[in-house]
Design a protein around this ligand. Structure first.
Ligand SMILES: [Zn+2]
Length: 328
């Protein structure tokens, strides 16, 4: 699709606005430092009402809280009232966790720090946590064992504090399912999201059966993402649209309609040294792109955007064990 076509489409999607929850972002990443206020404004104009900052390295936990504070302040500054009673609010939330892709950087002290922070300032969720064997280095037994240990320990923190988890599982679905079963994490009770779901039909059904929602990113906007589309369809055929939530995972996973260059930026956690700093501004994903995920799912599943948006809102609340009012 040409830039011209995509910008025309972008205009079309902005004419109808549906309230949305961006269930997974890294909006605290430095790649947003120069225009965060502008991006919050356009996200708001595109219907985003709640945005979740998801943790990956303990060294950035403080930055996430700073970012939340800044957005809360910005929201007031440009007239978005953060008063609890105002239904037009823009809220930012925090999930804390140690991402499996960065396993070599995590230490036991980070786990202890995480447990203390969760006890002291109860975040919305624990995440992102899980298993990732995307590269050969991650498959090395000692590395993978450490991933499993940190995954289990963080599931235990979630159970202790009765919090939902945000799962990051890549090329390790069977192992992740096995660990979930051996810990006392019950997603039917605690909620939880299989973020940026990338497995096949069987895995999709298995996670939903356990009580997780499948987090759908801009990847679904790519017509070539056939395996992903089939997996979503298969889960929906059995469990209905109740099993889905949507997310940008920004600055990654830019919807195909919003990609302005042919260069491919790294997928989630693929650049541990850069931590997204290498993502160029023109290629990065932003929260305001979330309606494209809604639009694509609506087309794919044959459900109106209006109906889907309402259900996705409810699904997000169910997955996160919150009761946020749907703006009318
Ligand atoms: Zn993420």
């Amino acid at each position: 699709m040409s830039v011209l076509e995509s910008s025309t489409k972008a205009k079309q999607v902005s004419t109808s606005m549906y309230p949305l929850i961006d269930t997974h972002t890294h909006f605290d990443a430095p790649v947003f430092d120069n225009d965060r206020e502008q991006q919050v404004q356009s996200a708001y104009r595109q219907g985003i009402r709640h945005l979740i900052l998801v943790g990956y390295l303990s060294q950035h936990f403080e930055r996430m809280y700073d970012t939340k504070q800044l957005i809360d302040k910005l929201s007031k500054h440009f007239g978005i009232d953060t008063d609890e009673n105002n239904e037009s609010d823009f809220y930012t939330h925090i999930a804390l966790g140690l991402h499996p892709f960065y396993i070599e950087q995590h230490t036991d002290a980070h786990l202890i720090e995480l447990a203390q922070m969760v006890a002291n300032s109860r975040p919305l969720a624990i995440g992102e946590i899980g298993l990732d064997t995307f590269t050969d280095a991650m498959k090395e037994p000692d590395v993978f064992d450490k991933q499993k240990r940190f995954f289990g320990a963080q599931l235990d923190i979630a159970v202790t504090h009765q919090l939902p988890v945000m799962l990051h599982i890549r090329k390790a679905h069977a192992e992740a399912l096995a660990i979930l079963k051996t810990h006392e994490y019950d997603a039917h009770t605690l909620g939880g999201i299989a973020h940026s779901f990338s497995g096949g039909e069987q895995e999709a059904k298995a996670f939903v059966k356990l009580g997780f929602k499948l987090g759908v990113t801009g990847q679904v906007t790519n017509p070539n993402a056939k395996k992903l589309r089939r997996a979503i369809q298969a889960a929906v055929d059995i469990y209905g649209i109740e099993c889905l939530v949507i997310e940008t995972d920004c600055p990654d996973m830019t919807p195909i309609m919003c990609q302005n260059s042919n260069s491919q930026h790294p997928a989630v956690g693929q650049s541990p040294d850069n931590e997204w700093e290498a993502v160029h501004t023109h290629d990065r994903n932003v929260p305001a792109n979330l309606p494209w995920v809604l639009w694509t799912l609506s087309e794919l599943l044959g459900v109106s955007q209006d109906k889907l948006a309402k259900q996705l809102w409810q699904n997000s609340c169910d997955a996160l064990k919150v009761n946020w009012a749907y703006p009318t």
